[in-house]
Structures are given as structure tokens and as C-alpha cells.
Design a protein around this ligand. Structure first.
Ligand SMILES: C[S@@+](CC[C@H](N)C(=O)[O-])C[C@H]1O[C@@H](n2cnc3c(N)ncnc32)[C@H](O)[C@@H]1O
Length: 252
């Protein structure tokens, strides 16, 4: 594609020959490339192809406002783009059955709860430090997943727990190794929660991040579940080290 480096190169008089110019798709892109906005427009044309679980491509610099999956979530009525991550995990691993009771840790604003509500006819409970806006057919608890009172309340509400999912993440400081350690700590707490409240044969999903402490968490999960796999979802942001541990069949 030709790149115009100097408008005056286009004609010898120094005036832009607008009347004679035919504006084709390629000439528009040339002009945009001259103005320095080609990255926006070429991506906008290229990236809007539909897919099932959202993609990693985004159209502009803002990580929230113009993310394609975020826009799709808004359009489809999900509270956040995270919904597509759970949909993909469910599609690949079938972790939730139609009669499973589910506990969702770190559930606010509630897009996973929306998905879970469609996957099971049984009970769904969401826990978060922040309040979760009411959702039909979903119980919510405002509190810390480590609080024994919260754990007691879960058992009172559900009786039997078949699936524990955890998309919780602590507030990040931006300091990589410190944040990684905090996330792994939260993951271990979620694992302890799941082992404590789930019935034998239960399933567990937890969001984590690749890093030096991750193999230990993975090994720890393997001690409790019969089948343990990892999954990087399609709607995970490009460059992120986020991944999910998908553990099936609690052995104790
Ligand atoms: C990425 S958001 C979860 C998004 C959610 N899965 C959805 O689909 O809407 C992470 C949440 O984890 C919660 N969180 C972090 N630490 C927690 C803890 N110790 N107990 C409960 N919730 C926690 C945060 O308050 C935050 O709302």
C-alpha cells in the first residue's frame, strides 16, 4: 500500500486536487496512514468478526471502552466481559451439570452468576467483598471468602455444594512479584474453601496467573482433585498471564 509522505508531492501547484481525486477504500487508508490514525481504522475493519467466546483483539488503546468483548457483553446483557470466560470453560470442560449447587467466590459484579443461573436449575450463591446487585434466583453474601461465618452461611444456604468457582482477584499494586504472591495466596484460600465445603466428586475452577509460585498451586490442587487442567480463555487480554485451573472430581 502506498504511503503519502508529503501532500505537496501529489501535485505540482501546491494545491490539493480534491475534485479530480477518486476516494477508494485504499486511497482512504493511504490518507489515514498519512494522518497517523491507520492503526485504529485498519483494526476496526479487520476485527469485527463474530466468534463464540470473544477474542483477544481490541480496536483501540483503551482496555475497557473499546474492547470488542466488553461491547459484546454490554449488548448481550452481561454485567462484565468475564461471562465469556466461564462460558468457554463450561464448553470445554463441562464443569457444571444441570442439577449442581454452585458457589461463586469473588462474584461481583455478577456476570458469572448470570451464566451459572442458565447452566443449573439448582442453587447458586455468590460471595464478594463488594455488594452484588440482585439477580433473580441467586443468593448473594457480602463478605470475605476466608471468613468462617461466610463458609457456614454457604453450607446453610446450599446444604450440598457441587461446584466452587473462583474468579476473585485482589487489588493489584502493580508490583509484579508482590501481586503474584497475593493472587496465589487467594487461590490457596479458594482451594481450601472448595475442599472444605464441596461434596466428594465436586468440581473447582480458579483464576490464577502464571509465575514462579504457580506450579506449587497446581501441584496442591492435584493432591485434592482427580483431574486437573489449565485453560487460557480466548477473551483473556493479550499479554496477560491469566489462566484458569479447572479441577474435576474432588477426592478429599
Ligand atoms: C474480576 S472480579 C470478578 C468478576 C466476576 N467473576 C464476574 O463475572 O462478574 C474479582 C472480584 O473478586 C473479589 N474479591 C477479591 N478478594 C476477595 C475475597 N477475599 N473474598 C471475596 N471476594 C473477593 C473482588 O471484590 C472483585 O469483585
Amino acid at each position: 500500500m502506498r504511503r503519502i509522505t508529503n501532500i505537496k508531492d501529489e501535485n505540482t501547484t501546491g494545491h490539493f486536487p480534491i475534485k479530480k481525486r477518486v476516494f477508494t477504500y485504499s486511497s482512504i487508508l493511504n490518507r489515514i496512514s498519512y494522518t497517523g490514525y491507520s492503526h485504529i481504522v485498519t483494526r476496526t475493519f479487520r476485527d469485527f468478526s463474530p466468534d463464540l467466546f470473544g477474542g483477544t483483539i481490541r480496536t483501540m488503546g483503551s482496555q475497557w471502552g473499546y474492547d470488542r468483548t466488553h461491547l459484546r457483553a454490554k449488548h448481550e446483557g452481561y454485567r462484565s466481559r468475564a461471562a465469556y470466560k466461564l462460558l468457554e470453560i463450561q464448553h470445554k470442560f463441562a464443569i457444571i451439570r444441570p442439577d449442581d449447587n454452585i458457589v461463586d467466590l469473588g462474584a461481583a459484579p455478577g456476570s458469572w452468576l448470570q451464566v451459572e443461573r442458565t447452566l443449573t436449575q439448582a442453587k447458586v450463591v455468590g460471595i464478594d467483598l463488594n455488594p452484588i446487585a440482585a439477580l433473580d434466583g441467586v443468593e448473594t453474601i457480602e463478605g470475605d471468602l476466608n471468613d468462617p461465618e461466610v463458609q457456614k452461611k454457604v453450607l446453610t444456604l446450599l446444604g450440598v455444594v457441587n461446584v466452587v468457582v473462583c474468579d476473585a482477584s485482589p487489588k493489584l499494586s502493580g508490583h509484579k512479584s508482590y501481586d503474584q504472591a497475593r493472587i496465589i495466596e487467594l487461590n490457596e484460600q479458594a482451594l481450601a474453601f472448595a475442599c472444605k465445603v464441596s461434596k466428594q466428586g465436586g468440581n473447582f475452577v480458579v483464576k490464577s496467573f502464571q509465575g514462579t509460585d504457580f506450579p506449587e498451586l497446581y501441584a496442591m490442587t492435584k493432591q485434592h482433585y482427580y483431574s486437573v487442567k489449565t485453560c487460557i480463555t480466548r477473551s483473556t487480554r493479550k499479554g496477560s498471564t491469566e489462566l484458569y485451573i479447572v479441577a474435576k472430581n474432588l477426592v478429599g
